[in-house]
Design a binder for this molecule. Structure first.
Ligand code: SF4
Length: 108
């Protein structure tokens, strides 16, 4: 509460109006980008789940799963900490097992 008051005071007393409007615009654009990226990932995920279900839950062979994971592990968009893809947001240990799944960059 007190931190909010101090932040508000700093913003209104120390920054010119144009700077305030620029900060607000940047904040809104950043937030909107994150929100639209989140919904893009959700849409991609649901599309893949739908294809997986319609395929009759068909899975790849173990060697194909390992091949896919080895490609992902060398990809610049692979987040090793969460083992997920930054492009589609999927957990690759799960997605790589689904036969109908594919890489959003067509690497596999
Ligand atoms: S799915 Fe494709 S883009 Fe995503 S981490 Fe794997 S290789 Fe990279």
């Amino acid at each position: 509460m007190r931190a909010d008051y101090i932040r508000l005071w700093v913003r209104t007393k120390l920054l010119p109006r144009s700077a305030l409007s620029l900060i607000d615009t940047e904040y809104r654009h950043g937030a909107m980008d994150r929100i639209s990226d989140f919904f893009r990932k959700v849409r991609l995920f649901l599309k893949t789940v739908k294809a997986f279900v319609l395929s009759g839950f068909r899975r790849t062979t173990k060697s194909e799963t390992e091949r896919r994971l080895s490609i992902c592990s060398t990809c610049e968009l692979f987040d090793a900490e969460s083992a997920s893809c930054k492009k589609c947001g999927c957990r690759m240990k799960i997605k790589a097992q689904w036969r109908v799944a594919s890489c959003p960059l067509k690497k596999w």
